[in-house]
Every structure is written in C-alpha cells, then in structure tokens.
Ligand binder design. Sequence first.
Ligand SMILES: *Cc1c(COP(=O)(O)O)cnc(C)c1O
Length: 382
Amino acid sequence: MKHDIFPIDHFESETTPFYYYDLHLLDKTLDTITECSAFPGFHVHYAVKANANPELLRRIAASGLGADTVSIGEIHAAITAGFPAPKIVFAGVGKTDDEITQALQAEIGCFNAESLPEIEAIEKIASELGKTAPVALRVNPEIDAHTHHYITTGLAENKFGIALSTLDSVIDRCLKSEWIEFKGFHFHIGSQIEDLEPYRILCRRINELQDKYPDLVIPTINVGGGLGIDYDDPDGHPIPDFKSYFEVFRDNLRLRPGQQLHFELGRSVVGQCGSLICRVVYVKEGVGKKFIILDGGMTALIRPALYQAHHKIENITSASPIMERYDVVGPICESSDTFGTEETLPLTSRGDLIALRSAGAYGETMASGYNCRPLPGSAYSR
Ligand SMILES: *Cc1c(COP(=O)(O)O)cnc(C)c1O
C-alpha cells in the first residue's frame, strides 16, 4: 500500500472532515512554475479563488507570484498574506462601488474590467479619489465551444468580458479618460483544460486582435488560467506539465517588444497538494449495494455535487487485502451528496479514514455551512 504521503499518526488528533495540504508538493509546484515561466515578460498570478487558505497564500506570495482576485475580501486576504499591492489584479463581472473604492485606495496593479458600465463606475470613483485607475479590458475571444467542450467562459453568449463588436468604442472610452490608464487586454477561456490546443487557438486570436490595433500601446496581455490537473492519477501527475503550457505561449503568441504577459493559474497551482480527509461513520448494506457513509459531504467538498466531478477515493487506514465495491456518500440529505459509485476499495470499516484526493482547488474555498455543519479545518505536512 502507498499511503506514505499521509502522516496518519497525526491525523488521529484532527477533527474530521479536514483538508490536508502537502506543503512540500506545493513548494515543488511553485518552483516548477518559476522555472518553466522564466521567459521575458512572463508573470504568473495565482487565482486566489481556488484556495485562500492563509498558509497556502503565504507560501505562494513568498514564491514571487502575483494574485488574481475577484472580491475585496480576496484582495485583503492577498495583502495580508504578503502579496505586494502592485502585483494584485482585480477581476469579476460585478465589482461594487465599495470594492472599487477600496481597491483604488489599496493601489492594486490592475482592474480587469468586463463592461462599459463598470468602466464608467471605476472612472467616477477614481476621479472622486483623485487617483488614476489602471484598467485592462476583459475581451470575450468568442472561441467556439463545439471544438472544446471545456471552453465555457470564452463564448459570445456568456456574461464574461466585452464583446469584440463593441471593443473599439470601449478602448476609446478608456483612452479619452484622464482617470483611466489603459493597461491592455485580458482573456480567460475556461477551466480544467487538459490539452493545449485551446491555448494555441487563444494565442492566434490574440495575435489577430493585436494586429487590428497597430498603433495602440498595449502594455500587458493577460491570458487567464484554466490549466487542468489529473484527477484520475494524482500520484502519477502530481505537478501539471507547466513546461509545455508556458512554451505554447512562447511559441505561438507574438508579444510586442517590452510587452508583459500575465497568467492567472488557480487549480494547477494548488489542486494536487490538497486532500479532504473524512472518517467512515457507517458501512451500510443497501439493496445489492454497500454504502460507505462519511462524516464529510458536499458541504466540505461540493465539486462532485455541483459539477459531477470525481475525486480519487482512497481508504488510507484499511490494511485489508480484500477488495469490495462501495458507493461512497456524504451525510447530507441530498441525493447529489455522493463522491463515488461502484468504487473498488479495500474492505472498509466504521472509523476508517478516507482521502478524497486532488481537493486543493475549489474545495476549502467552496465549503458551506449548510445543515449547520462546521466548516472543515485544515492540517499540513510537517
Ligand atoms: C477562475 C479564474 C481563473 C483561474 O482558473 P483556474 O482554472 O483555477 O486556473 C483565472 N482567471 C479568471 C478570470 C478566472 O475567473
């Protein structure tokens, strides 16, 4: 059995369910990102929404990455963790006046604006504060989802970004404003993207767009995030193929001299370093089925219920050579509170510990208090 990555002796003193973070793997992942992105003008930001755990944020900030945020709460969390304000960008379709005000006062590096009314709000607040707002425009690249099903945010019909058809007038609006400093273009095409072809398509789209504006000064191109992780084989692929990922942009994107290229990676930074550890409350004989009922469910890790995602399930305490089939479910009164059906696991008993792997991204941050359940805690490798 290979459970050497889990310090099970220490787990006995933790209250389940809890998130366990392998900080060595996080550090190795961060080192790999630093190495593989060492091309002129390349800067990586971490998408805080993937996981805002303070210990993880501190390490990510210390490694030199910037922060990509979507609320004033995330901006404060990033500043507290040590991200320098100029390396913080602020995205999101619904920034409130209060959030814009606080972000301007904090002197963050860039607003990624998604609509004309938002730009007008930023301009008004900036003029009242007497500050110039750095603004990049999120452009909807209108990439066809039929070729790549996981492209869900780069389509013409969704709420994200500024449509190509209205871009000219929005750029003009920014250039004419004395309170806005135009920083460039921002794109984000989707999440859990497992092959690199969509990124090649994105590069071509960006090249075409830049060619349309030969005289416009575009200091920064931001290509968003979305690089996927291997949920089926976290031990085989603990670190995503960052080398190939960054090389796609080096080889396909025609950056102008001195132009900066920003990335916003979330899942690929933290996904594999986290596991949700739950205890088996009961093993129940159903009709033609056996159920493992855990003390953690969709309130601790919602991805299976929300996106039909599957996390690899391991019994990390059973030493039994006998393998059995189980449905692995949480304790919540919802049929969707299921982590796996027909899972083959070693003979499992009440009290065993179960690890849901690859849960470092969109796990702890999406936990809820539904059913008045406490939020899961966290523990770290030593
Ligand atoms: C969610 C998001 C990201 C991060 O996506 P990952 O799939 O976790 O890499 C980056 N940029 C924007 C604008 C996002 O909304």
